[in-house]
Ligand binder design. Structure first.
Ligand SMILES: Cc1cc2nc3c(=O)[nH]c(=O)nc-3n(C[C@H](O)[C@H](O)[C@H](O)COP(=O)(O)OP(=O)(O)OC[C@H]3O[C@@H](n4cnc5c(N)ncnc54)[C@H](O)[C@@H]3O)c2cc1C
Ligand code: SF4
Length: 465
């Protein structure tokens, strides 16, 4: 008797797991029980290589030990002394490829969850009365250009060293990418405001709506305003485009514009806020880094019924944090790996109707160290779409360097600066963060800000002696 084949069950389609307009923070973090349990796992190694993996050199075993013995005030103090943005870094740092990757426990077990503990301590600190005050002991005024993590951390360190510091920020609010790029559901603005509030309580002045290179020149900061040194932390906010046909159609935009309109200009509150944002039913985000994951998850919250990532390499080569990738999967995002966009299709009225793509295969490694994608002939297909968001990278904005003599940049438009001190080609002008490295991470920018502050302090101290 012929065996009846079981009826084929269709693969369940994942429905988006987020509600439109729900920008609430996704992770709820650790409870006191989790924190104490996790802190007990730390071996307090004699050679804590986790610290070497941290760009701001947090004394990790010390703060974890303080959590283990229940001395939260000590834990918070240790953290904040090393890193002026702990509540932010505890949420957005890629610990899995930094301190946690180095943790000795990795050899046999899972690493100590350093990031979760950092976040837990910083969130505890938010429930306590503020214990900081301004202590200005130095005469020399320092100007900082840009209020992203590099500029904020540099300012915090200089304020701690007793300098009067002013940050000039082009936008109407401080925070850089932390404010206009990373969405509310990953980094609530209240957390950012709180961390910035601590820096202001330490005496840091923040002046918004000032573009250095337009409103004022860098040279005016020295010559007319009497600053003794300048730190540049202007980031890499200029989006890159693919250069494919149809890229200028309505409904195509850079992830920077998409996220800025939503984060900073409150497009998610339209029509109550003025900024309109038309997000259709089907949205594709090109790229697979952190920015792409933020854009694709945001598009679901803006009401897209289908949101997808289109990436020319494979899952293995994507730049996004694993945690963000997993959140995107859980929320119902689809992934078109090994898929290269060729053309954005016009619906006949100047709006997007689809994206012509080609399948790729991976070849030998290229200059970036990743496998080179190679087109597969005859594999072209069209994805029907309403929006295309480009998240394929950013470069530094050339405005400041074009209006300042003697500031050298490399062939990628990044400022040339000493790796250790951040000193640029111009005397007493230091730089750090994405403006120097190109698009990187919050903690690398923070580390550069910290080193820059120390170098400014040493340069001014040496000049006075
Ligand atoms: C969407 C998105 C998500 C990300 N997610 C993560 C993540 O999860 N984890 C992580 O570690 N990193 C992440 N990153 C990267 C990280 O945010 C950046 O590496 C970091 O913010 C760089 O800090 P920065 O201070 O160098 O520059 P920015 O954060 O870019 O800040 C620069 C500031 O300078 C201001 N500015 C620029 N030019 C001028 C001027 N001429 N005058 C005055 N002000 C000026 C800008 O307005 C801005 O406020 C993400 C990036 C994006 C875009
Ligand atoms: S390497 Fe791991 S176990 Fe050792 S001190 Fe650091 S966090 Fe603790």
């Amino acid at each position: 008797m012929p065996v009846k084949r079981a009826e084929k069950t269709p693969m369940p389609m994942r429905e988006p797991q987020v509600r439109a307009h729900d920008f609430q923070e996704v992770n709820q973090g650790y409870t006191a029980f989790h924190a104490a349990f996790e802190a007990e796992r730390c071996l307090r190694c004699q050679e804590p290589i986790c610290v070497d993996g941290c760009p701001v050199q947090i004394p990790i075993p010390e703060f974890i030990h303080a959590v283990a013995i229940g001395d939260m005030a000590a834990a918070a103090k240790i953290l904040r002394t090393a890193n002026p943005l702990p509540a932010i870094c505890g949420r957005v740092c890629p610990q899995e490829s930094q301190c946690e990757a180095e943790c000795h426990m990795v050899k046999r077990f899972s690493p100590v969850a350093i990031g979760h503990l950092e976040r837990y301590v910083a969130d505890w600190e938010r429930t306590q009365p503020l214990a900081v005050e301004a202590k200005i002991t130095r005469q020399e005024k320092i100007a900082i250009i840009g209020a992203g993590p590099a500029g904020l951390v540099c300012a915090g360190e200089l304020a701690r060293l007793g300098y009067p510091v002013t940050i000039y920020e082009a936008l109407h609010a401080a925070g850089g990418v932390l404010r206009y790029g990373i969405p509310e559901f990953r980094l609530p603005k209240a957390i950012l405001d709180w961390e910035i509030g601590i820096l202001e309580a330490m005496g840091v002045e923040i002046v918004c709506n000032v573009i250095i290179g337009r409103t004022l020149t860098l040279d005016q900061l020295f010559d007319e305003m009497g600053y003794a040194a300048v730190f540049i932390g202007t980031g890499a906010g200029l989006p890159q485009f693919l250069g494919i046909p149809g890229e200028n159609l309505n409904g195509v935009m850079s992830a920077n514009e998409f996220l800025t309109r939503i984060n900073l200009m409150r497009a998610y509150e339209f029509p109550d806020a003025d900024t309109p944002m038309r997000v259709g039913k089907r949205v594709a985000v090109i790229g697979a880094g952190n920015t792409a994951m933020d854009a694709v998850r945001t598009s679901l919250r803006m009401g897209a019924e289908e949101a997808m990532i289109v990436y020319r390499r494979s899952e293995k080569e994507m730049g996004a944090r694993l945690e963000e990738y997993h959140h995107a999967i859980e929320e119902g995002v689809k992934f078109h790996w090994l898929t290269n966009p060729l053309e954005v299709i016009d619906d006949g009225s100047g709006w997007v109707s689809g994206l012509k793509c080609q399948k790729m295969k991976l070849g030998a490694r290229d200059a970036s160290g990743r496998a080179r994608p190679i087109p597969i002939e005859g594999s072209e297909f069209v994805l029907p779409l309403d929006n295309v968001v480009l998240a394929i990278g950013t470069t530094p904005n050339p405005l400041l360097t074009r209006t300042t003599s003697g500031l050298l940049t490399n062939n990628k438009g990044c400022l040339v600066a000493d790796e250790q001190t951040g000193l640029t080609s111009k005397a007493l002008v230091f730089a750090g963060g994405d403006a120097v490295t190109g698009a990187a991470t919050v903690i690398l920018a923070a580390g550069a800000g910290k080193r820059g502050a120390q170098a400014i302090h040493e340069a001014l101290t040496a000049r006075n002696n």
